[in-house]
Ligand binder design. Sequence first.
Ligand code: SAM
Length: 294
Amino acid sequence: MTGGPAPEGLGAGDWFQERLFPNVRQTFEITKVLYRERTEHQDLIIFETPTYGRVLALDSIIQVTEKDEYVYHEMMTHVPIVAHGRARRVLIIGGGDGGILREALRHKTVERVTLVEIDRSVVDMCLEHMPTIPRKAFKDRRTNLVIADGAKFVAETQERYDVVIVDSTDPVGPGEVLFTEGFYRNCHRVLTPGGVLANQNGVPFMQADEVTMTYRRRRKSFKDVGFYVAAVPSYYGGLMTLGWASDNPRLRAVSPVAIARRVASAGLEKTRYYTPAIHQAAFALPAFILPHIR
Ligand code: SAM
């Protein structure tokens, strides 16, 4: 896996090359570079494109775009929260762009959302240059923003959560620790009984090893471990796997009627990707992924 800082001097008319895979690079035409910083943790760039609107990349890896962010944010948030059914306290690890925070706060039952992001610049610069993603979420009285390493936070906190959502970078650089057995063990520690862990788990066509790795490591701490899928256009390689883990196996098989009822009572009718049918269908995995779940 590659990554690293994007070339200096990028500007209008240049092409941004994502450097995530050794022999495949998707490129985006740049209409304007809005912000650039080598932060304490990573190389951060926000640029404008004709197709995806504004785009955030960290260490030359696409993180989020204005035009397709709803796919990933809705599926990472509503599947675990609706499946849980009574989530009041939610923990987000990473997610500094605010998209998952925005979606979690849509749930009336949710009383408090703690977001633990390692890089302050991601929060500040997304608020300034990509405000359509967080909207007012960081100002919500239920929001508790913590700038810290997520692995250290779950190892030390005395708080407990009904749902933990890991919206991390890939397992390189600051995000590597968020794919370790110890991190998943501590995620299990901070969950209330029967709570749900959902995590960003890469694109299996390109990152099949990540499916096997996280499956084995999460299974050390959780009774029921699996995946669901969604297709995010700006994440190269087709379907994305989202990790699912809980000690309550029934939550993965909540009936369509119950899902529809919960979606209605949560006032989640106006979504752009997530629906009760998509919730259920997302757990039906294509055959090529199954051999990697071992
Ligand atoms: N959706 C994107 C994806 O699937 O690749 C991730 C987007 S989100 C912006 C990723 C965030 O994780 C970044 O803001 C990064 O700073 C944060 N992050 C990386 N390592 C972290 C750590 N150890 N603790 C907390 N946040 C971390």
